[in-house]
Design a binder for this molecule. Structure first.
Ligand SMILES: [Zn+2]
Length: 499
């Protein structure tokens, strides 16, 4: 689910307030240096990005001299010289040969070199670090820290989560100003991708900030407060989630009076303790209908994979364990995240499993991952509610204080320990059958898990962004292995509940 909105990257922005359309009319490379930035025009030749040598000379203080007879060009960069020949994709940098993906071109009395010339040959001649970010047409000069920051927006019906995936990871400081949340990354600039936003009541916009490494969230009328969840996704990247929340007073009763606690606000959520048995399982095939989920290079849709695996798993559970199994969706339909957990609550499920397939920017990333709700979020939520409503909530970790007022959104907080066990069993079982991600078990603030009033976990069964995994995910045998592993995990979990 983390990838839901990541695909819609319509705008790329590199610096404060400057929006660079992804398909600009006059393309240019942005040269980003300590003292500022400047555009370097790009000329497409034979489907490759080229820069004119005279433009490069102006940008980097190099000079060039043409040898018409030899059909060559010499570029003087400080004390070194680069010799290139038209139609030869090897150039000499002070006698050292450097190959290019395409040959220099002489056209209309101007010389052009492919953009790779800059990091490969010019950087060598100038003894300077030049980092070419091809996707965003960014050339970083020197040791500037310019992490890639990919924003995505996950809209629930009662909140909106904005997540920034930061590679390489740097710290972020979040502050608020009137109507704005400012996110400042500890960097010199950002390579920032922002999704197009559908109309939101919590969030009216995301934009590059007034500082080079800042991003601004412009909050909407329903926004009242926010929560920040920071995770180190792996050694190289990190994640910051800002959860925008409504005012609690709009849909909650007045603070509880002193004395006996008020009755349940939602009678449909039984005031039961942690589960003591396993009778009913709700499986949640992620996405559906208009919401495709992630998509593989060969066109495989996450929503189809999740439904196929859920059906296989249902058959296994029914035939082997004789339990009642419900799917949140039986077919290809759109369904909100809150409706999914509500479905599980209404069916009085003893366990809730949400199934997804993952995607990553780097195609090499693969393996299955298991999530349960992050404690920080539930804790923060519980504390916030407790403050707001002057009621008591159970101590996580086996405390004896009974919950007095059950709120839909804090439902999952009571099952975190069981959910953690469930996630652990799933991870162990999957590991015997399929490849696991290095981050096999994680906690995350998944919206679909928050409202579940039973132990719950979310399983990303593989990466559709990895070519091999896409093939696996579409195969019946891989889907069977996943289903069998989840069945094994449920058997373990049943033993735990009945112990
Ligand atoms: Zn998903």
């Amino acid at each position: 689910m983390r990838h839901c909105c990541a695909a819609a990257l319509a705008l790329l922005t590199l610096w404060s307030g400057v929006w660079v359309p992804a398909l600009a009319q006059t393309p240019s490379l942005t040269v980003l240096a300590r003292d500022g930035r400047k555009p370097l025009p790009i000329t497409p030749i034979n489907n490759q990005d080229y820069v004119a040598v005279d433009d490069m000379n102006a940008a980097f203080g190099t000079t060039s001299r043409e040898d018409r007879l030899a059909g060559g060009l010499t570029i003087i960069a400080r004390t070194r010289s680069i010799v290139l020949t038209a139609d030869q994709n090897v150039v000499s940098v002070s006698g050292r040969l450097v190959s290019l993906p395409a040959a220099p071109v002489r056209r209309d009395n101007r010389w052009f070199v492919p953009v790779d010339f800059l990091p490969r040959a010019l950087a060598l001649a100038l003894d300077l670090r030049l980092d070419l970010r091809r996707a965003t047409r960014l050339l970083i000069v020197g040791d500037l820290r310019v992490p890639r920051v990919v924003a995505r927006v996950d809209a629930g019906t009662t909140d909106v989560a904005v997540t920034f995936e930061v590679t390489p990871n740097v710290e972020a400081r979040i502050t608020t100003q009137q109507g704005r949340i400012l996110v400042r990354f500890d960097a010199d600039a950002l390579e920032l991708s922002i999704p197009t936003l559908p109309p939101q009541t919590f969030l009216s916009g995301i934009a590059a900030g007034d500082t080079p490494a800042g991003v601004v969230l412009i909050t909407g009328p329903r926004y009242a407060s926010h929560r920040v969840i920071t995770t180190q996704a792996d050694a190289g990247s990190g994640r910051v989630t800002i959860d925008l929340l409504p005012a609690t007073t709009t849909d909650q009763p007045a603070p509880a009076p002193p004395g006996p606690p008020p009755p349940d606000m939602r009678p449909s959520i039984a005031s039961q303790g942690p589960s003591t048995g396993l009778r009913t399982v709700v499986l949640d095939p992620g996405h559906g209908g208009e919401e495709l989920g992630t998509q593989g290079a060969k066109g495989t849709l996450e929503k189809e994979i999740t439904l196929a695996v859920a059906r296989r798993l249902r058959t296994l559970i029914e035939s082997r364990l004789g339990l009642k199994v419900f799917l949140t969706r039986e077919d290809d339909r759109t369904m909100s995240l809150d409706d999914r957990s509500a479905f599980a609550n209404n069916h009085q499920a003893d366990v809730f499993l949400s199934l997804h397939a993952n995607s990553a920017v780097r195609p090499a990333v693969k393996g299955a991952e298991v999530y349960f709700l992050t404690v920080e979020r539930a804790d923060a939520e519980a504390r916030k509610r407790a403050d707001d409503l002057q009621t008591t909530l159970p101590a996580l970790g086996g405390g004896t204080r009974a919950i007095d007022l059950i709120l839909w959104e804090t439902a999952q907080a009571r099952y975190l320990e069981q959910s953690a066990s469930l996630a652990g069993f799933i991870e162990q079982a999957l590991r015997t059958r399929i490849e696991m991600s290095p981050r096999a078990v994680q906690q995350a603030p998944f919206r679909v898990l928050v409202g579940a009033n039973m132990p719950a976990a979310l399983v990303e069964i593989g990466y559709l962004s990895n070519g091999d995994q896409e093939t696996q995910l579409t195969s019946g045998s891989y889907q069977d292995q996943v289903a069998q592993a989840l069945l094994d995990a449920l058997i373990k979990f049943r033993e735990l509940l009945e112990h």
